[in-house]
Design a binder for this molecule. Structure first.
Ligand SMILES: [Zn+2]
Length: 79
């Protein structure tokens, strides 16, 4: 999970891999967030969008949950 805005840059490239290797299973447009599941291993990934003022880069990080819909409902934007 990225802890700083600099780490978000690395997580942006992770999202490109997630988009290729995973399928989106839940989305919350109000938070610009969604949850993806890896087609190979089943790991869940969160997609979040950083509110940077102008462009809003999206990025991904792995999450531990067995309730992706509930996770997304409780999730807050990191940045
Ligand atoms: Zn995987």
């Amino acid at each position: 999970v990225p802890a700083t805005r600099d780490e978000v840059v690395g997580a942006m490239s992770a999202l490109r891999v997630v988009e290729r290797e995973a399928e989106q299973i839940a989305a919350d447009a109000s938070k610009w967030m969604c949850v993806w599941r890896c087609r190979t291993c089943g790991r869940y990934w969160a997609e979040d969008t950083m509110d940077s003022g102008q462009a809003s880069p999206a990025y991904a990080y792995p999450i531990e949950t067995d309730d992706p819909e509930g996770w997304l409902a409780r999730a807050k934007n990191l940045f």
